[in-house]
Design a protein. Sequence first.
Length: 94
Amino acid sequence: MRTRHYDKFLFQIKYVSGSYDSGEGFEKLNKEISEYEKSNKSESPRRLFYLALPPSVYPSVCKMIRTYCMNPCKVSLLFHTLFFLEFIQAMRSS
């Protein structure tokens, strides 16, 4: 059963294509995020970047996000699947 929150979440998803190692795609991504934040009058926007990508491209993508997409005055979070799994395992073992 779909809920109002689920529909609202899906409405906010947007795909922005680009290369893992080219600034142009990340500039487009930052522009889309910034426009969304402005249109919603977000007073303290927080950006979350979840990397569901091949580990071989993490270094390039992280560098591009840091260079082009980090929120300069607010909190930005970046994590990937492996980190999340390692975190869960560490929590279970403690």
